[in-house]
Design a protein around this ligand. Sequence first.
Ligand SMILES: [Ca+2]
Ligand SMILES: [Ca+2]
Ligand SMILES: [Ca+2]
Length: 326
Amino acid sequence: MPARRLTLPTHEHPSFPKDSLEQYKRKKMKKKLVFFEWLAVLALLASSCSPDLAIIQATANWDNVQQSGSFVLVNNGMKTTAPFEVQITLLDETDAVVEVAYTTIINGLGYGEKLEFKNLSLRHLLTPENQCLGQVTQAVFSIDPQNAIQEVDETNNRQAVEVTPIHVACDEMIRFEDLPAGIEFTPISHIASEGMGFAISALPMSGEYATVRSGLAVGNGQVLWLNNVWLQPKLSTPRHFIAFDAGYFGGDIYLEINGDTGASPYPDVAAIDGIVIGGVSVSVSGKPDNPGVWYFNGEINRFKVGGQELAIDNLLFWTQKIKIVS
Ligand SMILES: [Ca+2]
Ligand SMILES: [Ca+2]
Ligand SMILES: [Ca+2]
């Protein structure tokens, strides 16, 4: 009987075994791909059922001059949200809440929609009762803090920003909340807010009025709106620092400090940043942005600011010389 020759399915075999191995690998890969495709479909289904609010680019502009926050909200989920809450809280080093600085209800956000909050002023909160916010070491920005909205991701709703403690004198701050809304003060008017007297007079070319407005993206609550007029706080004793939230909405800017008008009128905010008038240095916080803080450092005996469309709020006066940044 002739010996039978066995053919073993080895890797060296020219056709069948190698091909089947390749096929096997391909099948396995295909299964893997199908599995991952299903995972992706499931993730997509999940996200299409729920919104995902996220807080991005949270920053705190926090020093002795400015106290404000900026942030962007986005909805990354594939569903529009119901109304939700946004909050900024200021914490001390033990994580205790010093102030709930800002809270608002947003009327819902569509898929992919973004909402930007820029230089949201928190300086109206500076009061002697909270040591002029000197204990604050953290600003926490949060969306949907009560978790009223079910989201795909609940971990991206909060950003904490560490801040350097500030050293501010805040016992003389004018917030204009005690003035009647909508009233027009024509030149020459004498008004008073929170114990400070002001004169309102006409600009060289024209003089319209100052009025009390609210709902603008500058300051907090009521602001004083200058329409072609000067605003002059009546200073009985010299101050060494003046700062206020300013919203520039166009036109010329006028300054007169210690009797010096500098190169007034100035065409825009950038033109006053870094100048010196009457021995007092003039600065605008951060970039000459809108809204921003305008501040004046040096001995100030007489001060006037004028604008054509200029909103002013949270006007702070210091009698002591100050160190600008902590
Ligand atoms: Ca979220
Ligand atoms: Ca939520
Ligand atoms: Ca105000």
